[in-house]
Ligand binder design. Structure first.
Ligand code: ATR
Length: 280
């Protein structure tokens, strides 16, 4: 059997997902391909999905701007994707399309891989910066993993408040403004940057200033991977904090998707270094 996978989104011509999944196929000893299906905003989304369904693919990834738009076209939704309200992975089972979200779980898996000690104490204090789709997935995955104190800071505080409704009994979650977070950085053990601030070509920006109050032994993540070392991570490094890079989340969300499609767990091995070289 030859597996057929795809990515839908726009713009996606420079996506790294084909490279990642072709490596996974090789590692798993499977034959198959992963193609780019770019759907421009002026095309009929519905028609392109009908075409895709006819191709009998085994599964596909969904990226911006279609992670929410895909939902009405699916036959079923995994419980987490339903809660998060966004889908990044679709599995085709006997022609039925089932939607999943592996972004948040991919993030927590990569964090655990790099910093297993973080998972030893579920009472540590975590702050997520941002309240978009990525932040929703990461918040949901961290709370599901058992962390008790996951706060959210965002420019628009009402969007952060909406995230707290994702999980029941999240009375411990504090919602902060960006300035509010800046004033209590020393309170947090893990800080996760999920906004687009600092992404190429605006790579000289950092969403908040981390020095001088950041705890020296804290873990600081940025989910941006272009550039690979953001201004935010540079500040964390200068402060002596532990850093966690965005390309690792990219790899682990893909690893989860590959598992859903093929039922095979493939090791990441040297792929982080290889991806880093591609991105640098
Ligand atoms: P994604 O789905 O990829 O997470 P998104 O839904 O567009 O992206 O969310 C973008 C996040 O980046 C939001 O938290 C947004 O803040 P607002 O909710 O206030 O819009 C944040 N963001 C984007 N540009 C920003 C900027 N210049 N300053 C502060 N926050 C910004």
């Amino acid at each position: 059997m030859s597996f057929q996978f795809a990515l839908i989104g726009y713009p996606i011509q420079h996506s790294l997902s084909p490279w990642i999944h072709e490596q996974f196929l090789k590692k798993a000893g499977l034959s198959g391909s992963y193609s780019i299906v770019e759907i421009t905003p002026d095309e009929s989304f519905e028609q392109r999905l009908t075409d895709l369904k006819r191709e009998h693919i085994n599964g596909f990834n969904v990226t911006v701007p279609y992670k929410q738009k895909i939902i009405p076209y699916l036959d079923d939704l995994d419980v987490e994707a339903r809660r998060i309200g966004a889908v990044n992975t679709v599995v085709s089972r006997n022609g039925r399309w089932i939607g999943y979200n592996t972004d948040g779980k991919g993030y927590t898996r990569s964090l655990k891989q790099h910093y297993p000690a973080v998972f030893a104490d579920k009472d540590i204090k975590i702050a997520i910066i941002g309240a978009g789709g990525a932040a929703r997935g990461i918040y949901d995955a961290l709370v599901t993993a058992g962390f008790h104190y996951v706060d959210i800071a965002n420019r628009t505080v009402s969007s952060a408040e909406a995230i707290t409704e994702l999980q029941q009994d999240q009375t411990n979650t504090a919602v902060l403004s960006l300035a509010g977070l800046g004033n209590k950085l020393d309170h947090y053990d893990v800080i996760i940057q999920t906004t687009s601030v600092g992404m190429k070509p605006n790579q000289d920006k950092s969403i908040i200033q981390l020095a001088p109050s950041l705890k020296k032994d804290s873990v600081v993540s940025d989910i941006i991977y272009q550039p690979i070392t953001t201004e935010f991570l540079k500040q964390a490094k200068n402060r002596g904090a532990y850093t966690h890079y965005g390309h690792t989340m990219l790899l682990y969300q893909a690893q989860y998707a590959f598992e859903l499609w093929t039922m095979k767990h493939v090791p990441i091995d040297d792929m982080e270094n290889q991806l880093q070289q591609i991105l640098e």
